[in-house]
Design a protein around this ligand. Sequence first.
Ligand code: NAD
Length: 481
Amino acid sequence: MTQTMVPQVGHLIAGETSVTGLREVHDPGHLDNVVAQVAVGTADDVDRAVRAAHDAFPAWRDTPAGERARKLLAAAEILAGSSEELAPLLVGEHGGVMWEAQTDFALGTGVLQNTAGLTEEFLRPVQFDDEQSFISVEKVPRGVAAAIVPWNMPIVLTMVKLAPALATGNTLVLKPSPFASAALTLALEKIAAVLPAGVLNVVHGEGDVGAALCGHPLVRKVGFTGGTATARKVIEATASTTKNLTLELGGNDPAILLDDADIDAVLDRILTGVYTRSGQICFAVKRIYVPRRIYQRFADAFCDRVNEYAVGHGLDPQASFGPLNNEAQFKKVLDLLDRTRNSSAQLVELGRKLDPSSWENGYYVLPHVVRDVEHTAPVSYEEQFGPVVPLIAYDDEDQAVRWANDSEYGLCSSVWTADPERGLELARRIEAGSTFINTHSFESLDLRMPFGGIKQSGIGREFGAAGLPEYVEGHSIRLLK
Ligand code: NAD
């Protein structure tokens, strides 16, 4: 794509697009290619957007919940209809393969539809009427909500904030990640066109813009998804203005294989859990605990299958997965691989390069497996966020559970077994926001399940009904008779 053809993406404030500063977005799978130009904002743009959202708030709050739900359904239709046009652009920005980008649009659409169907019932007040008093416990929107999202699944991670925020009567200012903002914003421009001006606003920029948004006194709520280190800055930036936070952060998800698991039956699903999006998913499988008795057999079968992967550009239909998203992430993963290579563990590089001549022109990394590795090794302990996974041998289930829980993270986790009862029993012993049995990937998600982390993986829950309470305040009203 040449630079003159690429979309120019501005801020979206009070229903108008505007451009301040312009930055080129390069394709992580073909660094010479510019796929979009995106505005770079300042604290002034944040202030304009927050004030627009603040002005739009009273009328949106007073719009009947049923009408707001109908707008969300219209937004869902727009998002689903945008996938064909915008998924290729998303691939060019974030480096994933096509089905991953399409899944992002599909999940986002599902979240909008699901939330629209839940809100009226959720907002119904709880009331008490007796001789002394009439009491109404009501749920009211907080005001202007801010959403800050990462680059790995930008559509659905925006929709799990936008849907409950708007459905319950808040207005929104979103700051996308500079590494995946174009396709998302172009879809949001279409959605904003069916909403009153100022209900949905977007400001682009880096950490300084995010910090200005978090610190703005008119912002009453921040929904943040990103790294745990960035979340600490969000907490600091919001401290002086006391606002409600939902934090969806990093993870180091354990998968525990039990000795009765049918390796052939579960292997493909475990692999999908590890390598989808090149491992750049908050709830990817990031460490696998394997009974020592079946360790060699499992590790051999695992490596054989990983060796079938082909890595290439996300638009290449032969690519099993694409490059990493950005230089910092690329260097971080290479550094972790170097440290692992220089340790006592066995680092195995597998798979093949689809187009070796383009390899140096993108953030490509082949899939790696780490065998004979300790539970305490950095590759087991740190969130790698790349196509590498340690296989750790354990002696008994208590040890596996102890190791699975020995982490500052607690996002998701999984147990793999032929015995459902055994799986449920073990699942209850794991410290995590979610535990899946015989699954651990996009297919594990169900909108009836709240999603979020414990410990340093976050605060609060998103998805489906669980997201709605995050965007309302309780308002208790009592009439003394
Ligand atoms: P990141 O923390 O670098 O950035 C996330 C967002 O925060 C971006 O929009 C960024 O511009 C913004 N930001 C940066 N500095 C800021 C500041 N000082 N104040 C406010 N905002 C600021 O994360 P990333 O690299 O984009 O994404 C990867 C991380 O996100 C991983 O740790 C991953 O596990 C996590 N993640 C978590 C979930 C989840 O649901 N738990 C989902 C996806 C990704």
